[in-house]
Design a protein around this ligand. Structure first.
Ligand code: ANZ
Length: 956
């Protein structure tokens, strides 16, 4: 092929790679492994726009580069194919989501193949395939079969737990469990029947059913996870979300809080991403302190199972209220206590006298969402319960209030209030006329705000008087622990994850229910051999009349034992929490992946994807990975060693300006440069009918009948209609979506790949601008011209290269290698451009140079490179099997140096010398030089100083 025809070339090689399985990869090799993973997409109906491939192009460049560098590279692609949009479409059209999902995937694959990605398509996975979700269900089952042992710091099978129960009850068990877990002895355990024992184990399992306050979205008919809710509305659709108590499947991710934090120190992710995860997990070091209820002693304290993390609610009111504080050092400044309106003791401690006031307040707070409660720091509200507690340090009587700034779900739902230490407490004290006690020296005149910083020494503070912050804390915690009224405690903001969704298009939960003796439904796992539990057919994708999830419509939806199956399905994040393992061994029917495959590939070396998954997917998958590791199924503690977030590609919108007028049937549009002379309305116009910001008026007329544009007049500038421009999110409603297919047809995939990289640093957000793409296209054609002349003649010569040609090449190898290693793809593309320009001006057509250049360029522009590789006489289609060129120092350094020649302190001329030339030769030649002789005017110089590779100094 002597003309650069991207369409022919690209199709030809895409077919060749596919037909010959060039990118098929084996699970064993002499070569070191390297795993490059893209966050797999949800296949939406809209297909890919030019923003989507940014990360895929980057990961493909890196994969191809690593292959050339001698690695066995796993680079797969698949689909996160369960999800809400397909289901909503199904609700509207009655079409099974599997059908639309399949169609969308077909389109995605076609679009991706058009871009020349080097995926091993034999390893494609789809989370909605029964062969895949069989293993998602299996992992769920393993979680159900496990508990978390705080002593060994890992998940273990339930059998190890029941062994301990049989030996010593649960007194020695140090494990996260349900709040209502009773303390029991080995004898009690032995006295229970199997069902009763089973019920106890349900309180410890890593996946469990519980009444949980959930984000309920009525319009979507489903529960949403915290990361699916943005600003109080659903991320998808923007529907209102309210708090609701529901019985739900939960995942005990909180068991892993500390390990999820610790692991962040071992991975190569951006600081901002790590920080987001740290904030989400929210570790607080503090103490639990019990404040005895004044007059509550006679009620008798209830025993709590030692070592059991939760607190058994007692039939009788307890004698104390427990608070969580991060500033136990401020305890002498406590002048009141505040508990959450939902606190279980509100009802118990409220005195008759204050009942009406408390009830009125409770009514008011029910109407506020948790979000409003956190964000409203100004309004001070609350109510006195009439009850008092005693400060354990000084025995002071402290009134107990309820107020909604204290949240039920955090800590213990109770706060020791220190108005001299905390702004909200200060506001509250002022509002209710409560005392404010300064606790640090220099803090005597508190009149506007709390200021108990950690500096200074304590005053008015009993046993810690005169101490510093650190001493005070140590002393207090020790004191509290000795007296049995408190202990050091680390608290996490992270909550257990709600795992059930009231949806159709998700993985069925492999659980059925059987009633216990008292008629309560107990969950049981089905047998592993019965997996997968296939998603059943339903007549409609809506909840049943009685409000049950869509699976309630499936006929005969019951286990072989006759017991009904769970009706909720798994959340969107289930299938994506382990998918990187399935790529290692995608067709295995006997395991989620074989031991050998996992042992070989281990973990993901490079993960590329968007920041939107910072606190969802990336926490859940780290959690599942740690669990699988604990149970010996996978070897690594962290799944994703290095992670890069590609920046978003924004849309570049174009506008036309309609002159405001009453007659809408004959609109007038004015060109952007003239619009300030008129009163206009700006309207989005489809960027695909605009070129270099000039409107194609005929296409516009044809496209916008709704604007009566066929009747329109256009006020032009220089005979053209110039559009306005703005950078916005790329979206259909803004008419700024650019489809990669159109770009590929017009310019080719190689141009698109280079151009997307050229737009700017990978991690930065940047607007798409089709206007600049010509430059990249020209670059590829210029590159082609080094091989073929204007009239299509092959002009590559087999002659030895000159030093300056070698220098250009080796400089480029060095630069491309460094830039690719650093993911600085934009600067690599400019280096290619510089290189081709330089070779062009050197008129270099040497095979020795060009062949290496083809290899260098191939990760970036694989099609044109493969074409020229074959044309150079190499094995067809096998460019990816060759090695990355090596640069050599000797070619990179300058071979000649231009010496400035100074005569009596002034530079008069410069003379080039080979850098190897000895100083004595340089001196001779300088003095023999004609120009120098003219300056010498026949005199003999006193001194000639040659500073190698710097300067020559002639002193007269
Ligand atoms: C006394 C104190 C004095 C506090 C002081 C702070 C400053 P983080 O760091 O976020 O964990 N708190 C505890 N439970 C709460 C709840 N359920 N709702 C609202 N606030 C709660 O915050 C812990 C601090 O927040 C705790 O320490 C407690 O107030 C409050 F000068 O106790 B502090």
């Amino acid at each position: 092929m002597s003309e650069y025809s991207h369409r022919e070339i690209e199709k030809k090689w895409q077919h060749f790679w596919g037909d010959h399985g060039v990118f098929r990869v084996e699970n064993q090799s002499e070569l070191p492994k390297y795993y490059v993973l893209d966050m797999f997409p949800y296949p939406s109906g809209a297909g890919l726009h030019v923003g989507h491939p940014l990360g895929y192009i980057a990961s493909d460049i890196y994969s191809r580069y690593k292959r050339l560098k001698g690695f066995n590279v796993l680079h797969p692609m698949g689909f996160d194919s369960f999800g809400l949009p397909a289901e909503q479409y199904a609700i509207q059209t009655g079409q099974h989501p599997a059908i639309t999902t399949e169609q969308n995937i077909t389109r995605y694959i076609e679009q991706m193949k058009n871009l020349g990605f080097s995926y091993d398509w034999d390893r494609e996975v789809r989370t909605s395939d029964p062969g895949y979700y069989k293993w998602t269900q299996w992992i769920f089952m393993e979680l159900f079969r496990s508990w978390y042992n705080n002593d060994t710091q890992k998940a273990e099978t339930i059998e190890t737990l029941t062994e301990i129960f049989a030996q010593s009850g649960n007194k020695k068990v140090n494990a996260p469990c349900d709040e209502d877990t009773p303390a029991f002895s080995a004898e009690e355990w032995a006295s229970w029947d199997e069902e009763q024992q089973y019920k106890i184990t349900l309180k410890y399992r890593l996946t469990y059913v519980a009444d949980a306050t959930v984000n309920w979205c009525a319009e979507l008919g489903s529960v949403l996870s915290n990361d699916e809710v943005k600003d109080g509305v659903s991320e998808r659709g923007g529907y209102p979300v309210v708090q609701k108590l529901m019985r739900q499947w939960m995942m005990r991710i909180t068991a892993y809080s500390q390990r999820l934090l610790d692991g962040l120190d071992t991975v190569d992710w951006t600081d901002s991403l790590k920080e987001q995860q740290r904030n989400w997990i929210g570790r607080s070091v503090g103490a639990l302190v019990k404040f005895e209820l004044a007059g509550g002693k006679e009620q008798g304290a209830q025993g709590e199972g030692q070592g059991v993390e939760s607190h058994a609610p007692s039939p009788m009111p307890p004698a104390h209220i427990e608070v969580f504080t991060t500033r136990v050092d401020t305890i002498y400044g406590v002048t009141f206590m505040v508990i959450a309106p939902e606190h279980e003791l509100v009802d118990v401690i409220t005195t008759a006298e204050h009942r009406a006031e408390i009830d009125a307040y409770l009514d008011m707070t029910k109407k506020k969402s948790e979000r409003d409660r956190i964000s409203d720091v100004k309004t001070v509200s609350g109510a006195f319960t009439g009850a008092y507690v005693l400060n354990p340090l000084n025995g002071e009587k402290v009134p107990v209030y309820i107020a909604d700034y204290v949240l039920a779900g955090y800590g213990t739902g109770a706060v020791m209030a220190v108005p001299s230490g905390d702004q909200r407490d200060w506001n509250f004290a002022n509002h209710f006329g409560l005392p404010i006690i300064p606790i640090l020296d220099g803090q005597k005149d508190i009149d506007s705000q709390a200021d108990a910083t950690k500096e200074g020494r304590y005053i008015n503070s009993g046993i810690i008087n005169g101490m510093t912050f650190h001493e005070a804390n140590q002393t207090l915690i020790q004191w509290l622990e000795e007296k049995g009224v408190g202990k050091g405690k680390i608290n996490y903001r992270l909550r257990d994850a709600v795992f059930g969704r009231q949806r159709y298009w998700g993985e069925p939960v492999p659980v059925y229910y059987k009633n216990d003796k008292d008629g309560h439904a107990l969950p049981y796992l089905m047998e592993e051999s019965e997996l997968p539990l296939n998603l059943p057919a339903v007549d409609k994708y809506l909840p049943t009349e009685s409000g049950e999830p869509p699976l309630g419509r499936a006929e005969g939806w019951a286990h072989a034992s006759g017991n009904p199956y769970e009706l909720s399905t798994m959340p969107g994040w289930a299938g994506s929490s382990w998918y990187w393992y399935r790529y290692m061994d995608p067709n295995n029917d006997g395991a989620f992946a074989s031991k050998e495959a996992i042992e070989y590939w281990k973990d993901v070396d490079l993960y590329i994807g968007g920041t939107e998954h910072a606190t969802g997917h990336l926490l859940y998958s780290r959690f599942w990975n740690k669990f699988l590791k604990d149970r010996g199924f996978v070897p690594e503690e962290e799944p994703f060693k290095k992670l890069i977030n590609q920046g978003m590609i924004q849309g570049r919108s174009n506008f036309v300006y309609r002159v405001k007028s009453d007659d809408q049937s004959k609109p007038v549009f004015v060109s952007a440069g003239l619009r300030s002379d008129y009163d206009v309305t700006a309207l989005h116009v489809d960027v695909n009918i605009v070129e270099n910001d000039f409107l194609d008026i005929d296409k516009f007329k044809a496209s916008r009948q709704d604007l009566s544009s066929d009747q329109a007049t256009f006020i032009l500038e220089d005979d053209k209609y110039l559009c306005g421009v703005e950078v916005e999110k790329m979206s259909k409603s803004k008419f700024n979506v650019v489809n990669p297919d159109d770009i590929v047809t017009r310019y080719g995939a190689d141009t698109l790949r280079l151009y997307e990289m050229f737009l700017g640093p990978l991690e930065q957000a940047k607007p798409w601008n089709t206007n600049g793409i010509d430059g990249t296209y020209r670059f590829i054609r210029k590159f082609w011209r080094l091989f073929y002349s204007e009239n299509g003649q092959w002009i590559v010569k087999d002659e030895p290269a000159r030093p300056e040609e070698l220098k250009v090449l080796h400089k480029t190898i060095k630069k491309i290698e460094e830039d690719t290693e650093n993911f600085s793809f934009n600067t690599a593309v400019s280096a290619f451009m510089v290189c081709v320009n330089e070779l062009g001006s050197l008129k270099c057509n040497k095979k020795e140079i060009l062949q290496e250049l083809v290899v260098l360029l191939s990760p970036y522009a694989p099609h044109v490179s493969e074409e020229l590789w074959a044309a150079l006489g190499n094995e067809e289609g096998m460019l990816s099997k060759t090695s990355f060129p090596k640069w050599e120092q000797k070619h990179v350094v300058d071979a000649v140096f231009e010496y400035p020649i100074q005569i009596n302190g002034k530079v008069r001329i410069s003379i080039p010398f080979d850098i190897e030339t000895p100083a004595s030769d340089i001196e001779k030649e300088v003095l023999a030089n004609e120009t120098v002789q003219r300056w010498l005017e026949g005199k003999t110089p006193k001194k000639v100083i040659v500073v190698p590779k710097r300067i020559v100094n002639v002193v007269l």
